[in-house]
Design a binder for this molecule. Sequence first.
Ligand code: DHB
Ligand code: FE
Length: 455
Amino acid sequence: MALDKSYQKVPGTTIFDAEQSAKGYHLNQFCMSLMKAENRERFLADQRAYLDEWEGLSEEQKQAVLDVDLNECIRLGGNIYFLAKWGATLGLSFQQMAGSMTGMSEEDYRDLMLHGGRSIEGNRIADRDRADASVPTDPQADPIGDAVKEAAAARELPAPEQHATITGAVFTSHVPAIGAALDLGKADEPYWKRVFDGYEFSKAWEQENLPDVIFLVYNDHATAFDLALIPTFVLGTGASYPAADEGYGPRPVPGIEGDPDLAAHIAHSLIRDDFDLTLVNEMTVDHGLTVPLSLMFGQVEKWPCKVIPFHVNVVQYPVPSGARCFALGKALRKAIESYDRPITVQVWGTGGMSHQLQGPRAGLINREWDNAFLDRLVDDPAGLAQVPHLEYVEEAGSEGIELVMWFIARGALSDIDDTGDVEVVHRFYHVPASNTAVGHLILENKPRSDAADGE
Ligand code: DHB
Ligand code: FE
């Protein structure tokens, strides 16, 4: 069931959505580079040479820039506010830029505006296929409209059995020292072996159940997001993310490859469901994301599947509630299952369990609370999601609040709305790893096929 994108039917209009943004990423970033005077000078001195420095630009995009063809730039993913930086570099006003896309002369367009602008009559969706539609002036020259029509037609093809499925959820702590132990060859030392032994089953299971994509819920720890920017929920819509340097030098682990297409789809679906996400194309990823991957895949040259990073702020209060994360998880399942490609997705919830990294109470561990959390996460997630922040802080230590992220993964499973069942295939709990209790669960998702397809 494809998402409704009826905005694509508005005549002579290209909505800059997540898909267009992915298509035009390098084009728009090239435009932004012209915010610097020295770059403007270099560009004007030799446009072709400057464009050739941008590896990600397609030849089509470069040619559109050289031809000063704004319609083509927009079709290829450009957005007018970005393109305006380039237009300004060429000495064009916004009116000249906009007018250049209408097929009218500069003078006629200025006149049109002086006389009240283009009429809405003839420019509504219902008018788009009428021969007398007034935009564009020459229907033969409507590359945007044609592209939009094609895209809309392609999306309207029903393909009910072709959708993504969530095959399971993995929950795990992400203690940075676990990554360091692996990187420094200490995994066989008794202290660390006790931790890694708990993941032996998981590594084999992960190989047997390798998904196409992991939707990995984690928190950044003042690495990509410092106090300059504190987004509550970040969806990574970019193509790749390098491993961060957290002060010790970057971990010797590969960066991750994203899935911009699925991420764009999820962005549409979640934001329409009123989750006000921050979309991020460029960031580094810290131990919150890389340590869970190391635990499940060991030391590899390349992670074996795509990973969509999803960051939750649990560093600076106010942080989202368990209930909010749980609701987001439900919406996430709807988003993933409405993606019309037959791929498999795992959702991971990471962070926790009990730990406190600050003050005289540092080192706090609460085994009983942690284990009750694991029990209830399986049997009573909706009830557990109601637990207030104060209880996490008091019972699981100040950093135990990371556990709210687990509800996003839990909410995405099919027993939540009774369209399937979950099976606990692995559970592990161990104290300590550094300052933290390590908790780990693997839940397989077993949607009933009639329910999964009948939506
Ligand atoms: C530790 C645990 C964490 O979750 C973290 O983000 C940093 C450090 C620790 O136990 O040392
Ligand atoms: Fe942490």
